[in-house]
Write a new protein. Structure first.
Length: 150
């Protein structure tokens, strides 16, 4: 990163690694592979994710924002079930995390976290969603793997 870049500019630059179209495979019974795109929006200040898959996986729209002062990320999540959530997000160019441990637009009946690692030169993200009743002891929910299509 260039030292004269703001925290927001540095954080946005890291997200460039994700831009493109991905095949998404969910480790759930009878879950078909889906498609997800990451694209820049509103002059490159946000990243929009759109995912599509057949039942039982909901279609979803996510917006990643970056705090201008700190460079920290937030992912805003909306899906075809009517679920709305906000995740604290980190991304260092190699490891991607999403964390939800407090109620937001939806009640918090359980906490969630995702940890994904870029592999294969950035063309694969292999990760796991976990859930917790107390935000201290976590159990695997399902694996989620992204493979770059273009």
């Amino acid at each position: 990163m260039q030292p004269d870049q703001s925290p927001q500019e540095q954080a946005l630059k890291r997200l460039g690694t994700l831009i493109g179209e991905w095949r998404v495979e969910v480790e759930l019974p009878n879950a078909p592979a889906g498609r997800l795109t990451f694209e820049w929006a509103l002059g490159g200040k946000y990243v929009v994710e759109r995912s599509q898959a057949d039942h039982p996986v909901p279609d979803a729209l996510m917006v990643i924002s970056v705090d201008p002062e700190t460079g920290s990320y937030t992912q805003h999540y909306f899906d075809s079930r009517g679920v709305t959530r906000v995740y604290a997000m980190t991304f260092d160019g190699e490891v991607w995390t999403l964390l939800r441990v407090t109620p937001d637009f939806s009640a918090l009946s359980f906490s969630q976290r995702y940890t994904g690692r870029l592999q294969a030169g950035g063309d694969t993200i292999a990760g796991t969603w976990e859930r917790s009743e107390d935000a201290m002891q976590w159990e695997k929910d399902f694996d989620l793997t992204y493979t770059r299509v273009r």
